[in-house]
Every structure is written in structure tokens, then in C-alpha cells.
Design a binder for this molecule. Structure first.
Ligand SMILES: CC(C)(COP(=O)(O)O)[C@@H](O)C(=O)NCCC(=O)O
Ligand SMILES: [Mn+2]
Length: 920
């Protein structure tokens, strides 16, 4: 460093750092003036480093109200309000919810239970005004026939029914079955009724009455199976899949074209049901050779102690030692004339007749596999013949015999494919074992679950998912402390984490970093294809974004993770980012011991998810990059990290707001055309502030916020890698002297905090407002990385509005400045005539957006919109890059990842995308 001028600047990471001085001279006029702003902000930065930044935005981050909660509107105390714990009436609360339902089978008890969200919605002023402006009815729960909450799926062995009863009792699930269970009155179980199906509903009725004081309301098993299957096939997007030669592929079922189908439920015995509609079905066939046969014969022949053990054995088996194959008969040859290959089983257990061997001479593994194949082929074949008899093309297999077991599914699929000559298709269900319990749950018609649609359900995979797999179990604990201990316990065993977890620098976390895994998770899961089902979040308010050109064919993810190289690459990226993320998360909570412990638990839980998905990418449904990025955020929330990048966001907002007046003045001095170009350049340049990108984070160590912003602006020379600016310009400014009408309303899907929103998207919004276009800023409902949230935006807009009349008037007209700012330039008469600027939440908490599930306010705002602007890598590239809209769409992003740049735009890192697509 000797000889170079050294100046003291605040690095973007907030640390004071000494840096060799750079030449800040710039020959370009526009950019020259921005460097003046840079100096101003540098002074500001020095101040920023000295004080704690607390703004109203960050002071209390609450959970978004986009996920509906217990409806407390018009709540009133009934009777004497002086009384301790008086009864509270919730007139708008949907009541009569069946809280728990059971399917008590011969070997397993399946539970489906419903829980409400603990947290409550916040109806801030912004929301109220937005609702009024957009004409959304306020707080009327009755407009949604069903209540928001979560559906949980749990199973126990029937032989351990007492564990199941303890579980129900500990969670007080049986108390939710009378009508006032949510009130503070301690519930009495008198007259409480639980919906139940399966033989055990009769067998164990007295035990339930005795232990829990509840009666079992018995529902017909077939009715329940069919109701459960219909519900799943209509409401869950990634429910049905095919499984051929180890390949799992999800099948999109069109609800309008679901019936008729054959439902084959493989329990102890097998039922084959022709389903023609809701409640319309007929049991047309069945076989007594089913799961019970496999388990019964298997137990006698192998001495296995459980069904799962028997199934696990089969994985190491070789059935050729017992089964007689076509090749055994034909001297190793195929019998090609009738289409039988040498490896086809000619006779199950057929070799046992000729061999002079006793039972002990056969490996239990081989016996188990031979038995499994015998029974699976048989079921597959009978199912096909039944389907043929009734002219059915689709066969769905359910029941706990399958247990997500790859061999079983492949065998059944082979049989169906073989006998139907590829005409019929075997499909499996992710919730295969819960059809009956779900049907029993739904037999209580009052909750209106049958009306649920896929977009109203969000499936989440809690931290227990990678471990529990297909094992029979109760759910992992819900309490935070227990969750952390649970993670620690598994890590101490050193068995389960197989993801490429990098070593954290020692001392960054409470437990000294993340260990390199010791071994694979075989002891915790019997099969790589073990069943994984999450918790179903019922969010009745979610809607499909109304401006999608073709919602049916819409696929949010651009990156297909079914390509193994792609999968491996992104897994490594996410794993390598983990130590840094944990550091940020722990620091965001003051670096306390508790935060460190949670940070470690989060890292372990997320690593375990990655490991699980690396083993079986389709374990949680169809996997795209957006799902992984969202899973990471959900996992942080599970360990109660509310906003890991909070202080970074505040610091960057403040630094950027300080230079905003200079930028606006500079823009105002330009003519329309260069101004539009500078604005788009500004959005692209400021998108560099992305704490989710490894390259960008490395960059931040090299300069101040403003230095990086300036450097990024300097690199903005057109043509960009994807450059539709001329099309955009023509639509906005016209050509040949013709001025097109402005857009009526623009939806701006904003991305990051700091420069991205303040110096990029807000100036663009201001330009649209100036041209007479209403602007709706669409931001995240929940924090994700350094993305700005809808809760934070009004304060940022208010700060910006202090320096800008256009923003101020529009924000006032849009109801954004209700209490956020001191009105310095008051001119209230004009408010009503101003074009409004509004903020709506998008309904999600991820860096990406799935437009099939958006908030009702966004859906309402979309109705009058004729321009959609999607900004950032997550929203415009990882998701929605290929999405087509009914209205004009502009996709703006800087590509901050080399591999993505190569793959998507045949470019390199920091290339930009400005894609304009006129309404289709
Ligand atoms: C998480 C992100 C999508 C956020 O990007 P943004 O939407 O903020 O532009 C992006 O940072 C990303 O893809 N990161 C992972 C890849 C990497 O580190 O290069
Ligand atoms: Mn972002």
C-alpha cells in the first residue's frame, strides 16, 4: 500500500476498512455527476457507521397477514366481562371445524389433524387504504368458506395405539371436536366426536372413550378412500406421479378431466374402485393377495420383526436365486416371439422346487424381494385387467403397502405397462397412506374443504422431513427449544447429514461450525425413495395471478433441477453460502448464545434438507431452484430468524436515500429519451446489491455502496445481452411524432432494498407517475435475503417523498403517507387528482415468485394493470423468465452468476437482461 493514497471508507459490509484510493474521474457526463453524489454519500456513510440505525420500518417485523389467521374481527366477550377467562365469541370465525380424523387400519393408524396459525394478522393502515382503493372487502372471513390453517399427517403402528392416544392427548387434538374449542374456556370432552374410519374405528371405540372421553363417529372406508383421493388429485399440484425404472415423474392432473379412474388401494388386502365423480364410485374388484400377504408370509419366511424391516431387506436382495426366470428355462435366451426377455420372472419362487435347498439356505433378502415382486406384479396385473374391463386408462395406486418404495412402484408400473402394451399408466400418490384419514376428515362437510384449489394450498417441509421419511412416527416437535435439541441429537449421532456442507470458520457459530458428515443416513431411512409429505398450509386467500396468459401451462421455474449437473451445482452454491448466511442471521439477533444455537440448528436442518433432496430430488414434489430458495427462507423462519439481513437493509436504504435528491435532479435535467435510458440503466445497475449472490458479496468487500453502484453504472453500456430497450421506448415514447397513451396502471415487482429500490425502481416509478400511469409497488410479504418487504416500503417511499413532489403527491393519493412522514410541502387539494402510488404485498417470502399463488391484494391490483415490470434475478430470471402475460411485460435483471449467464443468455456474469414483451 505504500505510496498510494489511503482513505477511510465504510465498506458495504458495514465494517470500517482501509482501501487504496481509486480514480473516480469519469468521462461520461451523466455518470460524472453521479460521482458527485458519491462524495455526498461517502460523508453520509461515515455517519452511518457511527450510529445504530433504527427506523420504524425495522423496529417490529411481524409475520405477514397474507397467511390468514384466527379471525378476531367483531370478537366480543360473552356474559360477564369481569369474569376471569370469559368466553369470547368470534362471529366471523368459521366454526365447526373437524379438528382430527383417524383411519385405524390393521397395521397402522393414520391421523390427519388441523391446526390454526398461532400468529394473528395485522391490518396496518397501508393495507386498509389499499383494500379500499382496490375494492377488496375488508376482513370478511365469510368470503372464504374455509379457514386458514395447516393440515398435518401423522402415523403410528396400530400395535402402539397407546402412543397414538398419548399424542392426541398431549396435543389436545380431541378437544377441538366440539364447537367452542378455541375459546379460553377449558374444553370439556363431553359429546366430543372424532371422525374415524377403518376396522379399528369399531375395535378401539371403547378405548378412545375410556382414555380420551371421545366417541368415534364411524365413516365408511370406501367413501373415505375415494373422498381422500379426489381431494388430493384436485387440490395438490404435485400429488400423482409415475415411477418407471427408478424415474419419478409428476403428472399434472386436470381436475376437469379426472374421472373416471381406477383407484387401487393396497392395504392388508386390495380394493379396486372405479371412481366416476365425487361420491360416485363402485368397488369393482379386489384381491386377497396384498400387503398383509407380503408381511405375513415374509415374517414367517424371514423372521423379520416389522414390515419396514422386511421392505428394507428386499433392497439388498436378488430374486434370481429363488425366482425361475425365462432365461432359466430357455438356456439364458429371451423368448422373443412372445416378448419375454430372459430376465422376466416365469415363476415366482419357481427355483425353490428344483433346488435341493431348505429355507435356511436362502438369503432372507432374496426371499423378501422375490415375495415383493410376486405380490406387486400380481396386483399390477389384476389392476390392469380390471381397468381394461371398464375401459379406464388411468390407475392410481394408494395404501401403505407402497410406502414410497421404488422397487414396489417399479414392479407395479412394469406390470401395468407390460400387460397394457403401454396403453395404461400406473400412477402413485404422495399421500398414498392417508386417503382414508383425509376422507374421514372431509366427511365433516362443514369445513368446506372440497372447494379448495391447488393455489390455496402451500406444502411446507419442516425440519423433520429429511429424517422421518417413510418411518412410522409421530411428528417432530413443534416447540423451538425441542426442535433445536432434536437437531443437535441427530447431529451428535453423525449419521444423517450428507450434503456437501462446508466448514464454517471456527467460532462463527455456537457449536463451532458444521461438521463434515461422517456417514450416510441409512439408519434413519429405509429407502432413498421413502415417503415424504409435508404440512399442508391452507391459505384460502391466495389467488392465481390473473394476468398470466395461460395459467395451466405456467411453470414458474426456469432452471430444471432434474438435470443432475444443474442440481449438484445449485446445491453446492447453497451449501457454500450457508456459513455466511448463518453469520448474518445470528448477528441480526444480537449474536446471543440462543441465536448461535438456533443458527447451528438452522444450518443442520437446511443441510439435511439438501442432502435429502440430493438423494432424491423429487422427494418433496417437483423440484425447481425457486423451491430450494424458498425452503431456505422457511427453514430460517422455522428457527425464528425473522429477518437475517435487517441491519444491512437499513444501512443500504439510508445510504441510498442520501444520494437520491442528486439523482432525481440529474434525471430532471435530461430529455425524455435519455432519461428513460438512464432510468432503465439505473434499475439494472442497482440490481447488483444482492446478498444472495456469492460474486456480489465478494465484491462488497472491495468498496463502498456508492463506489459499487457507480462502477455498476459505468458498465451499463448497451447493447445489453438481452436488449429490448428500443421496443420499450417505442411503446413509452412513440415514434414518428406519434405519442402513445400512457399505461393505465403498472405493477412493479420490486426486488432488493437499498440502491436497488431507492436509486433503481423508485425513480422508474416516479417516471411512470409523471407520465400519468398509476404505480403499484409489489413487494414481499415476508423478508427473504435483502429483499425489501411491503411493510418496509411505505417508510422508504415517505423518505424519498420528502425530496420529490411527484412521489409525495402520488404516495398521498395512494394512501401511503398516512402516518409515515411529516408533510413538508402540503398541498392537499391536489391529492385527489394525483395519480396514485400504492404498495401491495405479493403473498410470499422468497427471492422468487410463483405467480400461481399470490395475495388477494396483488390479484385485485392486477385487474386494471396493463404493464407488469418484474425486477431481479429471482423474480425475472430464476422464475418467470419464460412466463407470458396478458399485458405488456418488462423483465429487468442483472445476472450475478456466471453459470446462469452462460446457460440462460449465453453471456457472462454481470450481463443484463431488459426483455420487453407486448401483451400476448
Ligand atoms: C438469490 C438470488 C436469486 C437473489 O437475486 P435477486 O433476485 O436479488 O436479483 C441470487 O442471488 C442467486 O441466484 N444467488 C445464488 C447464486 C450465486 O450465489 O451466484
Ligand atoms: Mn433479491
Amino acid at each position: 500500500m505504500a505510496g498510494l493514497p489511503v482513505k477511510r471508507v465504510l465498506g458495504i459490509n458495514g465494517k470500517d476498512e482501509f482501501k487504496a484510493g481509486e480514480n473516480t474521474n469519469n468521462t461520461d457526463n451523466n455518470k460524472q455527476s453521479l460521482s458527485k453524489a458519491a462524495l455526498a454519500v461517502r460523508e453520509e456513510n461515515d455517519k452511518v457507521g457511527e450510529r445504530e440505525m433504527v427506523t420504524p420500518t425495522g423496529s417490529s417485523i411481524k409475520r405477514s397477514s397474507s397467511r390468514p389467521q384466527l379471525d378476531l374481527s367483531k370478537a366480543a366477550i360473552q356474559g360477564n366481562s369481569e369474569e376471569r377467562d370469559p368466553t369470547i365469541l368470534l362471529p366471523n370465525q368459521s366454526d365447526d371445524i373437524s379438528h382430527l380424523a383417524l383411519d385405524i387400519g390393521g397395521s397402522l393408524i393414520k391421523l390427519v389433524y388441523f391446526s390454526r396459525h398461532e400468529d394473528q394478522s395485522i391490518d396496518d393502515k397501508r393495507k386498509k387504504t389499499v383494500k379500499e382503493r382496490l375494492g377488496i372487502s375488508n376482513g370478511n372471513r365469510r368470503s372464504y368458506p374455509i379457514l386458514g390453517g395447516r393440515l398435518h399427517f401423522v402415523k403410528f403402528e396400530t400395535s402402539k395405539i397407546n402412543e397414538c392416544l398419548d399424542f392426541i392427548s398431549s396435543k389436545q387434538l380431541h378437544c377441538g371436536t366440539n364447537s367452542l374449542w378455541w375459546t379460553s374456556d377449558s374444553p370439556s370432552n363431553e359429546n366430543a366426536v372424532i371422525k374415524a374410519t377403518g376396522g379399528g374405528a369399531y375395535k378401539f371405540a371403547d378405548l378412545f372413550k375410556e382414555r380420551l372421553g371421545v366417541s368415534l363417529d364411524k365413516e365408511d372406508e370406501m367413501d373415505c378412500l375415494v373422498a381422500g383421493a379426489n381431494f388430493l388429485l384436485k387440490a395438490i399440484r404435485h400429488e400423482a406421479f409415475t415411477h418407471m425404472e427408478g424415474q419419478k415423474e409428476f403428472v399434472q392432473i386436470d381436475h376437469n378431466d379426472l374421472f373416471p379412474y381406477l383407484l387401487v388401494n393396497i392395504g392388508s388386502g386390495v380394493s379396486m374402485i372405479k371412481v366416476d365423480g365425487d361420491g360416485k364410485f363402485q368397488r369393482v374388484s379386489g384381491t386377497n393377495v396384498g400387503g398383509g400377504t407380503y408381511w405375513g408370509l415374509g415374517r414367517l419366511l424371514t423372521k423379520c420383526k416389522s414390515f419396514d424391516e422386511l421392505l428394507e431387506l428386499s433392497q439388498k436382495g436378488d430374486n434370481r436365486t429363488i425366482d425361475m426366470l425365462v432365461g432359466d428355462i430357455y438356456g439364458g435366451m429371451d423368448y422373443s416371439k412372445i416378448g419375454l426377455s430372459a430376465s422376466t420372472i416365469a415363476s415366482s419362487f419357481g427355483k425353490a422346487i428344483s433346488d435341493k435347498k431348505e429355507l435356511e439356505d436362502y438369503r432372507p433378502e432374496d426371499i423378501s424381494l422375490s415375495l415383493l415382486r410376486m405380490i406387486s406384479y400380481n396386483i399390477g396385473q389384476i389392476s390392469y385387467l380390471t381397468a381394461l374391463r371398464f375401459g379406464l386408462k388411468r390407475i392410481f395406486f394408494g395404501g401403505f403397502f407402497i410406502r414410497g418404495h421404488a422397487y414396489t412402484m417399479d414392479t407395479i408400473s412394469f406390470a401395468v405397462h407390460f400387460w397394457s402394451k403401454g396403453e395404461a399408466q400406473a400412477m402413485f400418490l404422495r399421500h398414498e397412506g392417508f386417503l382414508g384419514a383425509l376422507g374421514a376428515f372431509m366427511s365433516d362437510e362443514k369445513h368446506g374443504l372440497d372447494d379448495l384449489r391447488a393455489h390455496q394450498l402451500v406444502e411446507r417441509f419442516p425440519m423433520g422431513a429429511p429424517f422421518t421419511g417413510g418411518k412410522i412416527h409421530g411428528p417432530p416437535p413443534g416447540n423451538l427449544n425441542e426442535k433445536i435439541s432434536w437437531m443437535e441429537k441427530f447431529v451428535l449421532k453423525g449419521t444423517e447429514i450428507t450434503a456437501p456442507v462446508p466448514m464454517a470458520p471456527t467460532g462463527t457459530t455456537g457449536l463451532g461450525g458444521f461438521e463434515v458428515p461422517l456417514s450416510k443416513g441409512g439408519t434413519l431411512r429405509s429407502d432413498a425413495s421413502a415417503l415424504n409429505i409435508g404440512v399442508l398450509h391452507l391459505v384460502p386467500t391466495l389467488e392465481v395471478f390473473p394476468l398470466l396468459a395461460d395459467p395451466k401451462s405456467y411453470e414458474p421455474n426456469t432452471i430444471d433441477l432434474s438435470d443432475h449437473n444443474e442440481l449438484e451445482y445449485w446445491f453446492t452454491v447453497l451449501s457454500e453460502h450457508l456459513p455466511d448466511l448463518v453469520d448474518k442471521a445470528v448477528a441480526s439477533e444480537g449474536g446471543t448464545d440462543d441465536a448461535k444455537r438456533r443458527g447451528d440448528a438452522f444450518a443442520r436442518a437446511f443441510s439435511a434438507h439438501l442432502a435429502r433432496l440430493m438423494e432424491e430430488p423429487a422427494a418433496y414434489g417437483k423440484l425447481g431452484l425457486a423451491n430450494l430458495l424458498e425452503l431456505r427462507e422457511e427453514c430460517l423462519r422455522e428457527f425464528q430468524f425473522v429477518d437475517a439481513y435487517r441491519s444491512i437493509k437499513l444501512r443500504e436504504n439510508e445510504a441510498s436515500l442520501a444520494v437520491l435528491p442528486d439523482l432525481l435532479a440529474e434525471l430532471d435535467s435530461m430529455n425524455e429519451e435519455p432519461r428513460l435510458l438512464t432510468l432503465i440503466e439505473g434499475v439494472l445497475a442497482a440490481n447488483i446489491f444482492d446478498w444472495g449472490s456469492r460474486a456480489c458479496v465478494d465484491l462488497y468487500h472491495k468498496g463502498t455502496i456508492i463506489e459499487i453502484y457507480r462502477m455498476s453504472r459505468n458498465k451499463m453500456q448497451r447493447p445489453w445481452r438481452v436488449d429490448d430497450f428500443d421496443l420499450l421506448k417505442e411503446r413509452m415514447l412513440g415514434s414518428g411524432g406519434k405519442k402513445p397513451p400512457p399505461h393505465k396502471r403498472a405493477l412493479l415487482f420490486v426486488d432488493n432494498s437499498g440502491a436497488d429500490i431507492v436509486l433503481g425502481m423508485l425513480p422508474l416509478a416516479r417516471e411512470l407517475l409523471r407520465r400519468g400511469t398509476e404505480v403499484v409497488l409489489v413487494a414481499n410479504s415476508l423478508p427473504a435475503l435483502n429483499d425489501v418487504t411491503a411493510m418496509e416500503l411505505p417508510d422508504i417511499v415517505a423518505e424519498a417523498a420528502k425530496h420529490c413532489d411527484i412521489l409525495r403527491k402520488a404516495a398521498e393519493a395512494g394512501g401511503l403517507l398516512v402516518d409515515a412522514m411529516v408533510n413538508t410541502l402540503d398541498d392537499s387539494k391536489e391529492n385527489s387528482t394525483s395519480v396514485p402510488l400504492m404498495v401491495v404485498e405479493n403473498g410470499c417470502g422468497s427471492p422468487c415468485i410463483d405467480l400461481r399463488q399470490v395475495s388477494p391484494e396483488l390479484a385485485a391490483a392486477a385487474k386494471d394493470a396493463d404493464l407488469i415490470i418484474l425486477e431481479g434475478m429471482g423474480r425475472a430470471l430464476h422464475t418467470n423468465f419464460n412466463a407470458r402475460f396478458k399485458r405488456d411485460a418488462l423483465k429487468l435483471a442483472m445476472v450475478k452468476n456466471q453459470r446462469l449467464a452462460e446457460k440462460l443468455i449465453q453471456g457472462k456474469i454481470y450481463d443484463c437482461v431488459c426483455r420487453y414483451e407486448a401483451a400476448s
